[in-house]
Design a protein around this ligand. Structure first.
Ligand SMILES: [Fe+2]
Ligand SMILES: [Fe+2]
Length: 293
């Protein structure tokens, strides 16, 4: 029998001890996301509590994606070069990735594919926000994009058989999306279950709401509607360039309403396609430094 969100919540929460726990510094950095004062010293001190996290952030900062000529060996220096919000986003994302990075060997689902897709969507989300929309705010969008499909990991761990059936179902049908298939077979989609996990980890609503609704037909929260549109456009464009999270399972196409909402024209979409085409290699190197830690 398919589950509803409350039923799923009960199952997940009854197995709460099995849910991955975030490194203790992550909630502290999350709190700093709401704080607009860019206190570099405070951020560096918080991250320094977790030496493993420090080295991971520095590894990404030194990747060829950024291409800085000299080696970055301190968090303060990374903040100066990458920006305060970027380092915060990286620290949070790397903390989550590390928490969830237990190797599993399912033929039907590749965790690597999921994170590769997520890194591509996050990179394109930043490009839409900074270049197309000329907005320097909302750096939490990078984290949102990176974690938008984290519900697939939860399905893979807790509902592996049903998830496999949902994937096979969509592969065979050739008509409906993975989210629709999950709804039919499991009862909820990966956006809803991902948001449930992130709420449990006390992520702010700006992040959990777009994750929750990224495959929904309607969206009740006007405040975060723009962010949802950005994530969905990036999600749709990435699949065109083989940045899919699951082979042969397509992500949904661009929704015209999202483009209208952001006032994006076809030339903007073309620009983003070119950007992805030209940046396959840098995105890959960012992913390598991010994932192979
Ligand atoms: Fe998704
Ligand atoms: Fe996605």
């Amino acid at each position: 029998m398919a589950l509803d969100l409350i039923g799923l919540k009960k199952i997940l929460y009854s197995r709460v001890n099995e849910l991955p726990t975030l490194p203790v510094v992550i909630p502290k950095i999350l709190l700093m996301m709401e704080d607009n004062r860019n206190d570099i010293k405070k951020l560096s001190t918080v991250i320094a509590y977790d030496p493993a996290l420090v080295s991971k952030v520095l590894k990404v900062a030194n990747s060829s994606y950024y291409g800085f000529p000299r080696k970055i060996s301190e968090i303060e220096r990374a903040v100066a070069l990458l920006g305060f919000n970027m380092v915060k986003s990286l620290a949070i994302s790397l903390g989550v990735l590390n928490t969830c990075a237990e190797p599993r060997s399912k033929a039907f689902f590749s965790e690597t594919g999921l994170w590769f897709h997520s890194v591509a969507v996050a990179t394109l989300t930043r490009e839409i926000n900074h270049t197309v929309l000329s907005s320097s705010k909302k750096d939490y969008l990078f984290v949102t994009a990176l974690l938008h499909d984290i519900g697939k990991l939860i399905f893979d761990v807790y509902f592996s058989d049903l998830f496999e059936r949902a994937i096979i179902d969509v592969e065979n049908s050739g008509t409906y999306s993975l989210a629709a298939s999950e709804k039919k077979i499991i009862g909820v989609d990966h956006g809803e279950v991902g948001a449930l996990l992130l709420s449990r980890w006390n992520f702010p609503e700006e992040i959990t709401t777009p994750v929750m609704y990224h495959h929904a037909d309607s969206f009740p929260d006007e405040a975060n509607r723009h962010d949802l549109a950005i994530i969905r456009i990036a999600d749709a464009l990435c699949q065109e360039f083989f940045f899919n999270s699951i082979d042969d399972v397509p992500e949904p196409a661009i929704v015209a309403e999202d483009l209208e909402l952001l006032n994006m024209k076809s030339r903007d979409v073309q620009y983003l396609k070119n950007y992805l085409h030209d940046n396959k290699q840098p995105i890959n190197s960012f992913f390598q430094s991010f994932y192979n830690l």
